[in-house]
Design a protein around this ligand. Structure first.
Ligand code: UD1
Length: 370
């Protein structure tokens, strides 16, 4: 009787990667004959930006950690490439799986493809069409050199088709990040995070902010901050501060004053943050993934960006783009706070089974018969 074996290396680098790797690790572990090694690049390294997620989401210990840490784009990308090349040269897998759009994603995809190891990209096809965003550059380039492209929403399929990617390499599989959300919702609902943070159910909003385009320019940051301060006057705002934002705010002399309605905390763990998002009246964010999570949780979201690579979240009525203009942010927030709560909405195939679909395709496509 013949059996199939498959050797996969997956790449985990930054916080938004970890919730995508978790369901893949579980789905691959459930398959016989699969060896799965996780390489952590070390792009994110603080306990609350990395280790916490491995523990909470039951992700196996990384097989190797490249420990690159923070640096300029060139230095960070280059260091990841040098470390990853050594791994690929020593013990090459059948396929390298990369997720999302961070620097670790493109760095490892580029190394693998040059070593003739096929690359599978999870969360392929998303486009903001804004090449000033480092993530957009990472997305476009990673898709161009990937052999298998796993897509979350219809726009992704259309974008890849428009770029000439053959349909025998693209699959609409759903959303692995939503797999993780659905798997942890019960735990989240049992979390005492609101009590610890000091807010009451459905009485507050949540803010996350870390994009260079919003936080690196002091004038833009001040404008957003002014709008948030007005909103916080009406509805307390829980603001877990990203390390990049913390340092930019300090440099700009901006302080989140509890007297003015800000509830500050360090970046939260995954389960606690789900709890905080689900029970919020409004989410203001510039994150990619949070736009998607908010849809399933039924919390209206304002995206403080000019564009989104996740248009399905707007199409289903859960997300509005407000850019960084203080008046637009304030107007839209007032509309939500005065309006009725919306019903959660799930795009097609965001059903908790995306990782299983991907694992099946990986085994079929790259497995070896022994
Ligand atoms: C990266 C991703 C972004 C993602 C975000 C989520 C890229 C290009 N960007 O942005 O797409 O949305 O992660 O967080 O890959 N820092 C720490 N501790 C850490 C990590 C970072 O203090 O564990 C600080 C450092 O000062 C660092 C800064 O945060 O310079 C930025 O980190 P970096 O990984 O360069 O980018 P992010 O802004 O986190």
């Amino acid at each position: 009787m013949s059996a199939s074996t498959l050797d996969v290396i997956s790449v985990a680098g930054a916080r938004p990667n970890f919730m995508k790797i978790a369901p893949m690790a579980h789905a691959l572990a459930a398959k016989e004959g699969v060896r799965h090694r996780i390489v952590h690049t070390g792009q994110h390294y603080d306990k609350n930006m990395s280790d916490t997620f491995f523990t909470e989401l039951g992700i196996p210990e990384p097989w190797k950690n490249l420990g690159v840490g923070s640096a300029s784009h060139a230095k960070q990308t280059a260091e990841i490439m040098v470390g990853f090349e050594e791994i690929i040269a020593t013990d090459p897998p059948d396929v390298v799986m990369v997720v999302g759009d961070v620097n670790s994603t493109i760095a490892c995809a580029l190394v693998a493809v040059k070593a003739h190891v096929p690359v599978a990209h999870v969360e392929a096809g998303l486009r903001s069409f804004d090449m000033r965003m480092p993530e957009e550059i990472n997305r476009v380039l990673t898709d161009r050199i990937s052999d298998s492209l796993f897509v979350t929403e219809p726009s992704g399929m259309a974008n890849l088709a428009a770029e000439g990617v053959s349909t025998d390499r693209t699959w609409m599989v759903g959303n692995v990040m939503i797999d993780t959300l659905l798997a942890h919702l019960d735990r989240a609902r049992a979390s005492d995070a609101l009590h610890r943070i000091g807010v009451a159910e459905k009485s507050y909003g949540v803010v996350t902010l870390h994009r260079p385009s919003n936080v690196d320019d002091p004038a833009t940051l001040r404008g957003i901050f002014g709008a948030l301060e007005e909103i916080a006057g009406r509805c307390p705002l829980v603001f877990p501060v990203h390390p990049r934002t913390a340092s930019r705010m300090e440099a700009a002399g901006l302080r989140l004053d509890p007297e003015r309605g800000f509830v500050t905390c360090d970046p939260l763990g995954y389960v606690d943050f789900l709890r905080v998002m689900e029970s919020a009246k409004i989410i203001l964010t510039d994150s990619g993934g949070i736009q998607e999570e908010a849809c399933l949780l039924g919390t209206p979201v304002l995206t403080m960006r000019e564009n989104t690579e996740r248009p399905i979240t707007i199409d289903i009525g859960m997300n509005q783009l407000v850019g960084s203009d203080p008046d637009a942010i304030l107007r839209a927030a007032t509309g939500i706070l005065d309006g009725d709560r919306v019903t959660p909405a799930a795009p097609d195939l965001w059903d908790g089974k995306a990782a299983e679909r991907i694992a099946d395709i990986l085994v079929q496509r790259y497995g070896r018969t022994v």
